[in-house]
Design a protein around this ligand. Structure first.
Ligand SMILES: [Zn+2]
Length: 307
């Protein structure tokens, strides 16, 4: 079993200001922890390629892509949303974040690796078809899942979004796409204040209260998500991998720890083994406390790589 680890130098150059929690230091913390945990040398390291416009167009409106590209500043910051801005390197990073997720799909579906982790920024799951929000510009995991459906002809793919925030952008994009199942656990009520009332046969939203611990989380995941995934029989699985539900991360109020992220990973790997030949692409979303982010990603990757 081999796991690809996909990065790009531009991911470190996107910077929304020293006060902003979605910072380049997040990726340095992950890199540092993968070295400390002796995981780094066991991974297949790949540099992301740039996404193609035709790949973005599967999930974003042309006018929105044009808007983001035109907004790219030559100096300073350009605000797209109160939480989300662009510096002169952001567009390059956003293109390569989506491109890295597409590359992961291609490598996994060609059988070159069993699974892949894309250590990208900016994150993506709040980006809707036509709106940047919540630190997100292009919806990386949505671009990747659409690529698996349209380019590779898969008939059923599933996204498991365990970020503490609801994956509203992903839901917006795939609302009318029954070939895709989205399973999202999230703190409720909390940003982005969506998802709790969704009625859909292929969108499985699991709102959970502030203070949810690993025990309660696992029970909800076991009862509400795993049976739906099993019945859907996805041919490939994706993670919207956000680690901001860690108990040390004060972005939100979940009580998850590294062992919980390893458990989620293992449960979804079991589904993938039964239905999808083990194929998983995991795309980084949130996680803002640097130490727990590094440890949690290490636990996630250690499980993915069976190390
Ligand atoms: Zn989040």
């Amino acid at each position: 079993m081999q796991t690809a680890y996909i990065t790009h130098p531009s991911y470190l150059l996107h910077d929304m200001g020293s006060w902003h929690p979605e910072s380049p230091a997040r990726l340095r913390a992950i890199d540092d922890r993968l070295h400390a945990a002796h995981l780094f040398d066991h991974l297949i390291h790949l540099e992301a390629t740039r996404v193609q416009r035709s790949q973005l167009l599967r999930v974003h409106d042309a006018a929105y892509i044009d808007f983001v590209e035109a907004a790219s500043p030559s100096e300073g910051l350009r605000e797209l949303d109160p939480d989300t801005s662009m510096n002169p390197h952001t567009l390059e990073a956003a293109w390569h974040a989506a491109g890295g997720a597409v590359m992961a799909v291609d490598r996994v579906l060609r059988g070159e690796v069993t699974n892949a982790f894309v250590a990208c920024r900016p994150p993506g799951h709040h980006a809707t078809r036509n709106q940047a929000m919540g630190f997100c510009l292009f919806n990386n995991v949505a671009v990747a899942a659409a690529h698996a459906l349209e380019e590779h002809g898969l008939e059923r793919v599933a996204i498991v979004d365990f970020d503490v925030h609801h994956g509203n952008g992903t839901e917006d994009i795939f609302r009318d796409e029954p070939r895709l199942m989205l399973c999202s656990t999230f703190q409720h009520p909390y940003y982005p204040f969506r998802g709790a009332d969704t009625v859909s046969d292929h969108i499985v939203n699991v709102p959970l209260p502030a203070g949810t611990t690993g025990t309660a989380y696992r029970e909800a995941f076991t009862n509400l998500i795993l049976p739906r995934l099993e019945a859907f029989r996805p041919q490939m699985l994706f993670f919207s991998a956000g680690f901001d539900g860690h108990r040390e991360d004060d972005m939100a109020q979940f009580g998850l720890v590294e062992a919980d992220y390893a458990w989620i990973t293992g449960q979804v790997m079991d589904v993938a083994a039964r239905h999808a030949g083990g194929r998983i692409v995991s795309v980084l979303e949130g996680g803002y406390d640097l130490s727990s982010l590094g440890r949690s990603v290490a636990a996630h990757i250690k499980t993915l790589a069976a190390l």
